[in-house]
Design a protein around this ligand. Structure first.
Ligand code: SF4
Length: 116
């Protein structure tokens, strides 16, 4: 089976042609310009993950930009967004502060990306 995708690791955006076996397992990739593209294609076919960026409301009414400390499984993105939407961050906040630990049992934290 062939799966086409765009590598999102860098702005080059190489078009990847991924070959999967009959069980959907990664076999090989073509079209990547560097090794990172191969790693991306393999991960995307086995355990796709994304870093989540969003905003949360603060107790003073301001909006605080946040992101996950690491990428989270793609299938948990909506669940994570529901949790992030419930947050009311307590000010003052410093960029890098942990706003929510272990979101949706992913072992990933939500951290502030600016200070308020
Ligand atoms: S394959 Fe390499 S050069 Fe191409 S988009 Fe991915 S990281 Fe960038």
């Amino acid at each position: 089976m062939i799966r086409n995708m765009t590598c999102i690791v860098c702005p080059m955006g190489c078009t990847l042609e991924v070959t999967l076996d009959e069980n959907g397992k990664f076999v090989s990739v073509a079209g990547n310009t560097c090794k990172r593209g191969e790693v991306y294609a393999n991960n995307e076919c086995t355990n796709p993950v994304r870093t989540l960026t969003s905003s949360v409301r603060c107790d003073n009414g301001e909006m605080l930009s946040v992101k996950t400390s690491e990428a989270v499984p793609k299938e948990k993105l909506f669940e994570c967004m529901e949790e992030i939407n419930k947050i009311i961050a307590k000010t003052p906040v410093t960029a890098g502060d942990c706003i929510l630990k272990n979101i949706c049992n992913t072992n990933v934290d939500v951290i502030a990306t600016r200070s308020i």
